[in-house]
Design a binder for this molecule. Structure first.
Ligand code: NAD
Length: 315
């Protein structure tokens, strides 16, 4: 499990170790994580008898070859993930997301790993004004983050086509849930609103994103790991699409804050207008459905932040 100390990765690891997914009750998990600012050991049940945590950079060739050897499956989530940072300096995005992914895939090829999932994002498709992207649509990423993820996503395709590495790619929409680093919109807004501070809303606030609870994303990744077909791509959507303005209204209300705490700021450079996924394939072929109702999940998240106000971003 690469990136297992991050927001989504650690949720996945905790779910596997707690027996949430049938058949993983005896699974041994090795987390490989560089522990950048976004990763935290506090996100993981350190000391769990079936968990090994290795602090390592996925770009290191010999280290990754050695770590991947003997693994039955690899779930690759390690990445630089914050779009705003990629606008400031994209070099670590190119390094980790592109070269790192190639190194993970090459290590899997050499070790003959039997199941590999590369976790990608809906942002690789770019913006869509109406309708929804299917897995057959072309990639047109607009931010350096999205471009680096698109390169990684296509590298996975190439390793399947060229080397028959049994890799599946997942493209998920925006996640929310406990333990996300508070630079991303939802935890940033909640922590600031609860503290009586201002929150910055980009542009006119009309950019539309689809939102999925992190637990649903992890169940979908696990379904792909177990039942997905090698070489295939699976969109993971939610059907819950919201403009940032609407989301902000909900957060202000749930936090008991005032609309005066919202400041409109200059739009993000190259800000995509709308993302929307057609996720009929994973629903029909793998029987996956999201379970968490958005309003309920968001209210629980606000409560979580209210009771973890002084903690780290750890769960
Ligand atoms: P995150 O930023 O919370 O965690 C990323 C993890 O990767 C961190 O633990 C970090 O230490 C680790 N990492 C970074 N560079 C590394 C390197 N060179 N070597 C080893 N480890 C490294 O990210 P997240 O939100 O949990 O996202 C996980 C994956 O899911 C990413 O691939 C991301 O692109 C994808 N994704 C995220 C979302 C979302 O809404 N958060 C949506 C769709 C897809």
């Amino acid at each position: 499990m690469t990136g297992g100390a991050g927001f989504i990765g650690s949720w996945y690891v905790r779910s596997v170790l707690s027996g949430e997914y049938q058949g993983t009750e005896r699974a041994q998990v090795t987390v490989v994580d560089k522990l950048t600012y976004a990763g935290s050991l506090g996100n993981l049940p350190i000391g769990h008898p079936r968990l090994t945590v290795v602090r390592a950079d996925i770009c290191l060739k010999r280290r990754m070859r050695q770590l991947v050897r003997g693994q039955d499956a690899v779930v690759h989530m390690a990445a630089e993930t914050h779009v705003d940072r990629s606008i400031g300096d994209a070099s670590s995005f190119a390094r980790t997301n592109v070269l790192g992914t190639q190194n993970v895939l090459e290590s899997c090829r050499r070790a003959g790993v039997e199941r590999v999932v590369c976790v990608s994002t809906d942002e690789v498709y770019g913006s869509i004004s109406s309708g929804a992207w299917t897995e057959d649509d072309g990639l047109a990423p607009n931010s350096p983050y999205a471009a680096s993820k698109a390169a990684a996503d296509l590298m996975a395709r190439a390793y399947y086509t060229t080397h028959r590495v049994p890799v599946m790619v997942t493209r998920c929409c925006n996640n929310y849930g406990p333990g996300q680093y508070p630079e991303k919109m939802v935890p940033l807004f909640i922590t600031r609103l609860l503290a009586g501070k201002q929150v910055p809303l980009y542009g006119d606030g009309l950019n539309v994103r689809e939102w999925l609870h992190v637990s649903d994303h992890c169940r979908a990744v696990h379904a792909v790991l177990e039942k997905g077909k090698a070489g295939e791509v699976y969109n993971i959507g939610s059907g819950t699409a919201l403009a940032n303005l609407e989301l902000t209204r909900k957060l202000v209300r749930l936090c008991g804050a005032s609309w005066d705490q919202v400041t409109y700021v200059a739009d993000r450079k190259g800000h995509d207008g709308r993302y929307a996924l057609d996720d009929g394939k994973i629903r029909q072929e793998l029987g996956y459905r999201p379970r968490v109702d958005f309003d309920k999940g968001l209210a629980e998240l606000v409560h979580w932040h209210g009771t973890n106000r002084h903690g780290s971003h750890a769960y």
